[in-house]
Design a protein around this ligand. Structure first.
Ligand SMILES: [Fe+2]
Length: 264
């Protein structure tokens, strides 16, 4: 099974630029086109939050138009730039989304079970799951402790080392880790939010973050670093699952590159 992960497209209304400078709508369109052109078509696409920038209905309309070009099913979770209720309304036909409360869900239609977590805190930018969310996750994981499982949430539940991102990180990640590490079958946890690719060991499994289709947040590790980002490189992740070989994650960049060259 091949799973594509797109993240943080920050879609704006038609013909409106992200932060007045970047065409994030074109970025998502490019990513969708890139995924569709892969020689092996993914079975499923995950979009890990910040689908739009201001949580507005006009932005969701446009995001749906672009994502509608995917000939593949896709699953969405919200990020801190989404508005939970507008998000729910915009994806009302995505029946896996609950009708009230946080947008946690489990989709078990594929060789890999997908658990989506809503790590947003309405009106705030940091991430968190309350006790009810942690209980829901523990119960859902306990329902099947054998099937390979992927968990996705917008906010990485660890310190990135980038100070201006860590201000808005997932708070109290240890409580989430305590739930996840009890499940022996979580193959991978996938996140967005940081607009760049990271990987680490976490809660007895592997956790990765996905680049944004809009901008890359710059890697500045000094405590006094000012926030900074650039228009690229943009990219996405491909999670390749094989029953015998396990889960392998590939990072794929979007853009024009020279080649192909003969391989010798
Ligand atoms: Fe974002």
């Amino acid at each position: 099974m091949l799973i594509a992960q797109l993240s943080d497209p920050h879609v704006r209304p038609k013909d409106v630029l992200y932060q007045g400078v970047v065409d994030s709508n074109a970025g998502l369109a490019d990513a969708v086109e890139h995924v569709c052109a892969l020689t092996t078509r993914p079975d499923l696409v995950l979009v890990t939050g910040d689908l739009v920038d201001h949580g507005e209905p006009a932005e969701y309309d446009h995001a749906r138009k672009i994502l509608g070009r995917l000939p593949i099913p896709y699953l969405v979770i919200p990020g801190n730039h989404d508005d939970r209720e507008n998000f729910r309304l915009a994806f009302a036909d995505h029946h896996y989304l609950p009708r009230t409360g946080p947008l946690h869900y489990c989709v078990d239609d594929h060789p890999v079970r997908v658990i989506g977590l809503d790590s947003t805190v309405p009106g705030r930018h940091h991430g968190h799951l309350d006790d009810a969310g942690l209980d829901w996750l523990a119960g859902t994981l306990a329902q099947d402790t054998a099937k390979p499982t992927l968990i996705m949430l917008h906010h990485p539940p660890f310190v990135s080392g980038i100070p201006y991102m860590d201000e808005y990180r997932y708070f109290e990640g240890a409580a989430l880790a305590a739930v996840v590490e009890r499940a022996p079958n979580v193959e991978i946890v996938v996140c967005g939010h940081v607009h760049r690719s990271m990987v680490r060991r976490w809660a007895g499994t592997v956790i990765v973050t996905c680049p944004s289709t809009a901008t890359e947040i710059d890697l500045r590790l000094a405590a006094s670093a000012e926030p900074s980002s650039h228009g690229g490189p943009r990219g996405y992740l491909l999670h390749l699952w094989d029953e015998r070989e396990g889960m392998t994650t590939h990072a794929n960049q979007i853009g024009d590159f020279a080649g192909p060259y003969p391989f010798a």
